[in-house]
Ligand binder design. Structure first.
Ligand SMILES: Cc1cc2nc3c(=O)[nH]c(=O)nc-3n(C[C@H](O)[C@H](O)[C@H](O)COP(=O)(O)OP(=O)(O)OC[C@H]3O[C@@H](n4cnc5c(N)ncnc54)[C@H](O)[C@@H]3O)c2cc1C
Ligand code: SF4
Length: 516
């Protein structure tokens, strides 16, 4: 059995970032990843391959509360979900770290204040080369440094949309984007500003993902080893059950074991819960680190809506994800409760509407699908969903994963939708025509849209109600940590990845001190 200082399981936003942070220490680090390198191939940028054929989606089958099988939108590869993500890299708001009252209930406080995460948000923005503009978003939390790169500019139709939002009394802002774009020096820019970014892998490695900016730089250090196509299936402990002694993996159809002083799990919220639940033992009968019975519970994934509006003018935008609106993020003049965040999603093209034809033609009966695409403006609305103990991941003896989820805070979600719809006339759109999109969200099987999954191993100061302590170490084990989005006690209404990255850097500093 090989032995290391640190084993990190999962190479996505949490694990990939941690690997890079620990790499210069010289400690022996083993990074385990169940997927392979995502192939660089022309299909990376094919809407039909990516959205219709689900080329990069795992063949996993999970089960819903009624026992119905579904294919979750998960991606197993080096870099994890960040290979496909939209790279909208938002900080959670300062208030998200405290208790917030929503129409649907309470969003609980985190065990650490925003100020403790702030320096790591700044580091994460630098590491992931975030482009943005401070001072435009009225809900923006305090920051100790400017964005490392200037905001990505709006294309003309989005600039017009931003102006129209402002004329309606709102405060549109340039969305924070993790793309390696040098607009003032395009001949040398790594990013070519294409239309196939959000939801696609980047063929030219210009997206700030965890493979390009986490794993690859980590592997430049000889003390870091990556094993791909290697799935962790169980963690074993010492006889007292107080420390992980062995990581059992399946690789090339065989089982092997690795050990380390410190083991960090970062498999994504559902798979981290699965791994720990599958590691039940005499000392941990309900699953490893599950004395609180909270492991797998409080699953969240945002109460999201991908919607499409029809612009009166054509919308020739190529890179659409440059605009955000947070005027309804907290209680406002419009409503006494938070509604959520409005941002853009990647520009839709006609190919993506296959299977959605009836809705598209209802939207604009005289239009062909190409004409719908020419006039479409695509929004992403995020409302916070709240942690509920019954929304949970469970695993049976055969490894079958069941995801039970009932939506929460639905009135806030509906209010946000109605709010945007009420503005359409002011935004140069056909009024009342705001319809849900399937391709981005798998609206047909809502539970399958697990892109923003979080919350199954929340951190907290009370071992009776949380799985991890403030350092993201399991309350019950001395050397077991979790750094993916599982640790979130609440999910906020902005995108989760930057918070996973910042937290991985925070936990990384703790581990560097621990390891000497
Ligand atoms: C299409 C899409 C668009 C998105 N857009 C945005 C966005 O614009 N902004 C944003 O902030 N977020 C976005 N997200 C969400 C974001 O990508 C995730 O929140 C983030 O990647 C979560 O990080 P993680 O470390 O928790 O998990 P992941 O990044 O998913 O990493 C988990 C890793 O663990 C590996 N793994 C799983 N099980 C095992 C095992 N048993 N053994 C070994 N390895 C294992 C997986 O293969 C994977 O590589 C998007 C996601 C998707 C899918
Ligand atoms: S917009 Fe830039 S980062 Fe995104 S896929 Fe295209 S080249 Fe890559």
């Amino acid at each position: 059995m090989d032995s290391y200082d640190v084993i990190i399981i999962g190479s996505g936003a949490g694990g990939g970032t941690l690997a890079r942070h620990l790499a210069p220490s010289g400690k022996r680090i083993l990074l385990l990843e169940r997927g392979d390198w995502l192939p660089r191939e022309p299909q990376n940028w094919s809407a039909a391959e990516v959205f219709i054929e689900n080329r990069y989606v795992s063949p996993d089958i999970w089960y819903d509360a009624d026992g119905k099988p579904f294919q979750p939108q998960v991606h197993y590869c080096v870099g994890g979900a960040t290979k496909l993500y939209g790279a909208a890299l938002y900080r959670f708001r300062k208030e998200d770290f405290g208790e917030l009252r929503h129409h649907g209930g309470l969003s609980p406080a985190w065990p650490i204040p925003y100020e403790q995460m702030e320096p790591y948000y700044t580091k994460a923005e630098q590491l992931y080369q975030v482009h943005g503009a401070r001072g435009e978003d009225p809900t923006e939390p305090p920051a100790s440094a400017p964005y490392p790169f200037p905001a990505v500019s709006h294309e003309p139709r989005i600039q017009a949309l931003s102006d129209a939002f402002a004329a309606a009394g709102l405060h549109p802002f340039h969305a924070p984007c993790g793309v390696m774009l040098s607009e003032d020096n395009m001949p040398y820019s790594t990013c070519v500003r294409c239309s196939t970014c959000d939801g696609f892998p980047c063929l030219v490695h210009a997206k700030s993902d965890a493979e390009v900016l986490g794993v690859r730089p980590a592997l430049e250090h000889a003390n870091v080893t990556l094993l791909t196509n290697t799935t962790a299936v169980a963690l074993s402990t010492n006889s007292a059950g107080t420390a992980v002694t062995e990581v059992v993996v399946e690789r090339d159809g065989t089982r092997e074991s690795h050990s380390a002083d410190v083991v960090v799990v970062s498999c994504g919220a559902a798979n981290t819960a699965k791994l720990l639940l599958s590691s039940a033992s005499e000392k941990h009968p309900g699953g490893l680190a599950n004395g609180s019975d909270q492991l797998g519970r409080n699953y969240m994934f945002h109460n999201s809506q991908a919607v499409l509006a029809i612009s009166k003018d054509p919308n020739p935008t190529v890179f659409q994800k440059t605009l955000g609106v947070n005027d309804y993020y907290f209680a406002s003049d419009e409503w006494e409760f938070p509604m959520g965040n409005i941002q853009m999603v990647g520009k839709s093209v006609a190919e993506m509407y296959r299977g959605e034809k009836p809705l598209m033609t209802k939207l604009a009966p005289t239009f062909t699908l190409e004409e719908v695409a020419t006039h479409a403006i695509d929004f992403w609305l995020s409302t916070e969903d709240l942690p509920v103990a019954e929304n949970r991941v469970t695993v049976d003896g055969s490894g079958k994963l069941t995801l039970r989820y009932k939506s929460t805070n639905d009135t806030a979600r509906d209010r946000l939708f109605a709010q945007l719809r009420s503005l359409l006339g002011h935004l140069g759109m056909h009024e009342h025509h705001l319809i849900p999109r399937w391709a981005y969200l798998e609206n047909k099987i809502p539970v399958a849209g697990v892109a923003h999954q979080a919350g199954t191993a929340r951190f907290g100061s009370d071992p009776a109600s949380s799985v991890l302590n403030g350092d993201c170490r399991a309350h019950e084990l001395d050397n077991l940590y979790v750094v993916d989005t599982s640790f979130f006690p609440s999910i906020s209404a902005v995108n989760p990845a930057l918070t996973a990255m910042a937290n991985a850097l925070r936990v990384g500093d703790h581990l560097l001190a621990r390891l000497g």
